[in-house]
Every structure is written in C-alpha cells, then in structure tokens.
Design a binder for this molecule. Structure first.
Ligand SMILES: [Ca+2]
Length: 151
C-alpha cells in the first residue's frame, strides 16, 4: 500500500467512524471503568442486556440524561451517588460501594465488591439494615439504662 493509499484508507476509516449512527443506547465498554466497581456488573450497570448496547436501565438512563461530560465520560460524584435510579431505597453510591461519591477514575475499587448491587435493577439491592422492632426496643432500653446511670 502506498503512503497515499494508506492515507486514503485511514481517512475512509475515520469518516466511517464519524458517520456511524451512534445512539446514546449503544454500549461503550470504556464506561465500565468510569464507575466505582463498574466491572462487577459490567455493561449491565447501565444496560438491560448484560452484553451491553440496546436499552438502558434506569441508572444508564439517569447517567445518559444528565451525568455525561461533553466527551461522553460518566460524571461520577456526590450528586449522582446520592440519587436512587432504580428507586429501591438504596442510593446509586450505596449500591456501587461509594456512598459519598468520592471515588475517581483510576482509584482502586471502593468497598467490598461482593456487596455491590446493580443501581439500575430494583431486584438487586443491598440487604436491609433497618433495625427490627426488637433491636430498636432493645437499643431504646439500653439508652434509657445508660441515661438513668448517668443522671
Ligand atoms: Ca438504587
């Protein structure tokens, strides 16, 4: 291939890339590294299909709607971490192991990967840690006992 042909072929490849109809719903594997513990669910963090592409789940839609930089990089931070995309009672940050939204791309994965749940799937959520009535009652009695001792 002559240098001119190589240049023409490169130009054609670039033109095809620029003209390809990328929709927001197409998978972008690089985004997996733009979420804390993004590798746990991979493409299924944002897509209905585990292999990526196609329909976005509620978290993917939330990211696509308001948390992408002009270059298409996920803007992970306290604001996105505090939202609950799948409305399951756990914030996106709690589900991805970064409740405060302080993780940054390139940082080690935060928290325990085995505790990570899918922020776009309401059936995948952290275990409920709300104290039971018995635990609350016991705690309440313990507080009253301590208060009576201190008074
Ligand atoms: Ca959630």
């Amino acid at each position: 291939m002559t240098p001119r042909n190589r240049c023409t072929a490169s130009g054609l490849a670039i033109a095809l890339l620029l003209l390809s109809p990328l929709s927001p719903a197409e998978g972008r594997p690089a985004r997996v590294a733009q979420l804390p513990n993004g590798s746990v669910f991979g493409c299924a963090s944002c897509h209905e299909r585990a292999s990526g592409g196609g329909a976005l789940n509620s978290f993917g839609q939330q990211v696509d709607d308001a948390y992408l930089s002009p270059a298409g990089v996920v803007l992970w931070g306290p604001e996105l971490a505090a939202l609950d995309a799948d409305d399951d009672g756990a914030t996106n940050g709690e589900e991805l192991g970064d409740p405060e939204g302080v993780w940054a791309m390139g940082d080690p994965a935060p928290g325990d990967a085995e505790a990570v749940t899918n922020p776009g799937d309401p059936a995948s959520r952290p275990p409920d840690t709300t104290p039971t009535a018995v635990q609350s009652t016991t705690w309440s009695r313990l507080k009253m006992l301590v208060q009576s001792i201190l008074e």
